[in-house]
Design a protein around this ligand. Structure first.
Ligand SMILES: CN(C)c1ccc(C(=O)NC[C@H]2N[C@H](CO)[C@@H](O)[C@@H]2O)cc1
Length: 481
């Protein structure tokens, strides 16, 4: 069997074994490390938002079919404060060594939309199946430019199930050239790092852009698993972080594991990546979660429910383990989602958010695109997903944030007793700044009352409660005002 097919088969086997065992044992939630992406005041930022958007992948201008009015609607309906914004290498570097500033202007315009509404932005250098250039129609893959796509004349047959393109000889060869497995195109990884340098040069000064997601769902071609992750993938991340740090000392660099396997609950072999910046490293771990039964079209019910619960437990344990291995780095769940018309779908969405809350992870749902996975129908009508995504969460915490929990009409925030968040001089920061929590109208119609702190302000328009935390408090409970 082809290595990738072996990996899928291993994934299935591990899922059945792992899912059954974990579901039976219901592994305890992994300990939260207290590591977070922090703002300029040293406050721990909790990502809560959508991926925007899949429509960017094939758009000629690389922009999402998403207007400023769409953002206002999302903000009003869900209280999000974070976005994983998709960008493409094909648009950043349309020809070798030339960077399209007009494209970066378009990205900057949308970053400003988010910034003006108090959002933080993760820029995601997105690829699926390497490139649109893997097929003549250009509608299978996305991400890499055609000039960086070498199929060597190998076949890429059409598939209804898009994931199967990853097994096509031409697609595997394109990845093998990029990772220099063939030894014939060592320049490609350098170009990729250079493209990120150009993006970072543009956004280094942006207060809103707090993170760069270096590659979406990496795939190793003929090199799979720990050999890929500890080899060429870690090498690409090292080179890209070095290139970014030449122009941007402060934005976090998000590392993703190999998607095939980790998304399904299998462990990662990713190795630590040094950060050459002065001060604390700013590396984060940003995995995705897509249990295999759901990738295969199942919902969250019957046999699938137990397997999926086992996958979520295994995934959470693997995520905590990998974050520790990378240096106790912050974790943002960069993607999870499903067709919410499937049975039990909203219970699954709620399970994932609760799991992330307990682990101290931010969550970015896939995706804001209209349709059966998203918050709105294609005609703009609200969908069932809104009721679950519109939930209370701590947006920014001036303290040693560890985890939080949503219970009926309470938001319980748990803190450690360490320094609120060392800044580059090692001094505790964030202690003096105020914290923020989003409180949805359904449970907090008039805002919140704070036990373990003091209310500073309530903004009924954005539904954001600003509050301070009592010195030494390890629990802050926000109840309806
Ligand atoms: C075989 N390989 C390499 C593979 C299989 C399945 C996925 C996947 O489902 N990904 C989940 C979602 N993520 C992308 C966008 O990043 C979406 O298009 C997928 O639904 C990825 C890779």
């Amino acid at each position: 069997m082809f290595p990738a097919r072996v990996a899928i088969a291993a994934g299935l086997a591990a899922l059945v074994v792992g899912g059954g065992v974990a579901a039976a044992l219901r592994e305890p939630a992994p300990a939260a490390t207290g590591a977070f992406v922090r703002d300029d005041d040293g406050r721990a930022l909790v990502a809560g938002g959508f991926n925007t958007a899949s429509s960017s992948k094939s758009a000629p201008d690389g922009m999402p079919d998403f207007s400023e009015a769409d953002l206002d609607r999302e903000h009003a309906d869900t209280g999000t404060g974070f976005v994983r914004f998709l960008i493409s290498w094909r648009k950043v570097e349309p020809s070798p060594g030339t960077y399209d500033q007009a494209y970066l202007d378009d990205v900057a315009e949308r970053v400003d939309w988010y910034a003006e509404r108090g959002y933080h932005v993760m820029l995601d250098m997105h690829q699926d199946l390497w490139s649109g250039a893997i097929t003549p129609s250009g509608d299978a893959g996305n991400g890499a430019p055609a000039w960086a796509t070498y199929l060597d004349g190998l076949p890429v047959r059409d598939h209804d199930m898009w994931e199967l393109y990853y097994l096509e000889p031409g697609v595997i060869r394109a990845f093998d050239h990029f990772w220099n497995t063939t030894g014939e195109h060592p320049e490609l990884m350098e170009h990729y790092a250079g493209a990120w340098r150009a993006v970072a040069q543009r956004f280094a000064g942006s207060e809103a852009v707090v993170a760069y997601d270096l590659m979406n769902e990496p795939y190793g071609g003929t090199v799979q698993g720990p050999a890929f992750e500890a080899g060429p993938l870690t090498e690409l991340y090292r080179r890209t972080v070095d290139a970014i740090r030449e122009v941007d000392p402060d934005t976090w660099a998000c590392l993703e594991p190999q998607a095939m396997g980790f998304n399904w609950g299998l462990p990662s072999g990713l190795r630590p990546v040094d950060d050459p910046r002065d001060g604390e490293p700013r590396i984060a771990f940003c995995p995705h979660l897509y249990p295999l039964p759901m990738d295969l079209g199942e919902g969250f019910s019957g046999t699938s429910r137990g397997l999926v619960e086992g996958t979520v437990d295994a995934w959470a344990a693997n995520t905590a383990r990998t974050a520790r291995a990378l240096g106790d780095v912050p974790v943002i769940l960069g993607e999870f989602g499903l067709d919410t018309t499937k049975p039990g779908a909203l219970e699954y969405v709620d399970l994932v958010y609760r799991t992330a809350d307990a682990a101290g992870m931010g969550v970015v749902y896939w995706s804001s695109d209209p349709g059966p996975w998203g918050p709105y129908e294609s005609d703009g009508r609200p969908r069932n997903l809104l009721g679950v995504v519109d939930r209370p969460y701590p947006r920014a915490v001036a303290g040693d944030l560890r985890s939080w929990q949503v219970a009926d009409d309470e938001l319980v925030i748990r803190l450690g007793t360490g320094r609120p968040g060392a800044d580059d001089d090692g001094a505790g920061v964030g202690a003096g700044a105020a914290s923020e929590a989003y409180l949805p109208a359904k449970a907090f119609p008039d805002g919140g009352a704070v036990d373990g702190g003091r209310v500073v302000a309530w903004d009924p328009a954005t539904r954001v409660l600003t509050f301070t935390i009592d010195a030494g408090a390890t629990t802050v409970t926000i109840r309806p005002a």
